[in-house]
Design a protein around this ligand. Structure first.
Ligand code: HEM
Length: 285
């Protein structure tokens, strides 16, 4: 419910920005100014943003569950766990809504016979490589990979007794890859964060708390056996110890890269074209 309210609020913001011609979506794709034709596209964008926000939140909660937790946190462990479960399920639903609205918009714009419209939309939305717009070559498969990995890595929780809790824990760690793919997809493809500016900077900045919590989670894991200096760690293999050390070094490196990107402003954003109204984003070929 909260997710839908947030999505609606984002939709209103995106819509108003389109109407007032402040939206960079219009700089990339001027034809998107027709609000009666493209409202589903803005709604898909809004679901993309709530999906990313929920993914961000659930990753933070997950890292608090598996790493150190501030003593003054008002939420108990079990409540935090429940919140992690519901926000994760919401994230998957929001991603699906984001993709389905994109497909719906393709169907709406198409003038072919119905079976062909639906077939093309499914191909372009859900099959990697199916959507060959100039800039979507990598961005689309990255988003699709995030969705397709999120489903098993999240939902395996419900069969954890069958696959074994340890296997579940090891596999579930890879949801961090889902999160990285989601952010990557957004920064590559989101037309609201296409250019250098406050929106794009905010997306980058929001990654700092995640990287910091990831480092803390590795330095002070909730599970004793994962600590570098614990008796369990010494009993474990040398390879395991090496892996844990590599993880910590990688986490520090990630924070370094994020700080460098944010401080230098070299964050992959394009420079806003001066008075160029020609589309750089081929939408429907
Ligand atoms: C089947 C999977 C996916 C498809 C087909 C898809 C499709 C798209 C498309 C076409 C855009 C460009 C919209 C624009 O013009 O701004 C986009 C942007 C975006 N996507 Fe996805 N996406 C998928 C997965 C994901 C996932 C997993 C997330 C995050 C959890 C996500 C979050 C976003 C966000 C935040 C934007 C930026 C929207 C904007 O700039 O307003 N997407 N996606």
């Amino acid at each position: 419910m909260v997710a839908l309210v947030v999505t609606a609020a984002v939709f209103v913001i995106l819509f108003v920005r389109i109407k007032s011609e402040a939206s960079s979506t219009l700089t990339v794709m001027p034809f998107m100014a027709d609000t009666s034709a493209f409202w589903m596209y803005y709604l898909s964008q809004a679901f993309g943003w709530s999906a990313l926000l929920w993914a961000w939140g659930t990753v933070i909660i997950g890292l608090l569950l598996s790493g150190p937790r501030p003593a003054r946190l008002p939420l108990s462990g079990p409540r935090l766990e429940r919140l992690h479960r519901t926000t994760s399920l919401n994230t998957i639903a929001l991603i699906v809504a984001h993709a389905l609205l994109f497909a719906a918009e393709l169907i709406y714009q198409d003038t072919d016979a119905w079976p062909s419209r639906v077939g093309t939309a499914v191909l372009e939305t859900f099959i990697p490589g199916g959507y060959n717009s100039g800039t979507g070559v990598w961005a689309m498969p990255i988003g699709q990979a995030a969705l397709y990995l999120a489903i098993p890595l999240g939902l395996l929780f419900y069969v954890r007794h069958r696959i074994g809790p340890k296997t579940w824990r090891v596999l579930h760690r890879f949801v961090l890859v889902v999160y990285i793919l989601s952010v990557w997809h957004t920064l590559l493809y989101g037309t609201n964060v296409w250019y250098d500016g406050a929106f794009r900077n905010t997306v980058w900045l929001l990654q700092l708390p995640i990287a910091a919590l990831f480092l803390l989670r590795l330095l002070r894991p909730a599970r004793r056996s994962e600590r570098l200096a614990s008796a369990g760690a010494h009993r474990g293999s040398k390879a395991g110890w090496g892996l844990r050390l590599t993880g910590r070094v990688a986490a520090v490196a990630i924070i370094g890269v994020l700080v460098a990107v944010i401080a230098s402003g070299r964050d992959g954003g394009r420079t806003v074209p001066p008075e160029d109204t020609s589309s750089t984003h081929v939408h429907d070929d």
